[in-house]
Design a protein around this ligand. Sequence first.
Ligand SMILES: [Zn+2]
Length: 137
Amino acid sequence: MAKLSHQTFKPNKNEKTECFCALCRSPRVIRYSRRLMVRHYFQILTLGFVFTAATYSWFAWNGVAALPIIWIIFESTHKSLYRKDLKCPFCGFDPTWYKKDVKLARRKVEEFLKQNPESPVMHRGRQSKENSQSLRQ
Ligand SMILES: [Zn+2]
């Protein structure tokens, strides 16, 4: 069960990955890749180029200095989108937290279910109970 984290996701052509939540077994679609794709680097370069061109009359080629800043913003935005995407919308299970701290991941799922009593996971009864017990280990 624990092995079903983002390591097992295989990106396909559409960059969408279909999988099942490791905890509640709900079908999931992951839209964001873990790392930036080639086209993202092109987007960063294009943005850097546009910025340099737009500010050329003030900074001349110094506008190129914005490129690493654009890169950092782009990458951190992508990472947070990926993290958000990875978290299960049905039970709040986050494989990234699970890898770092199982107890914390468990607490986050409990908090999520407390805040979302309407979650379909809550109505599955026995199955989700068994799963949360195996999460305890
Ligand atoms: Zn789930």
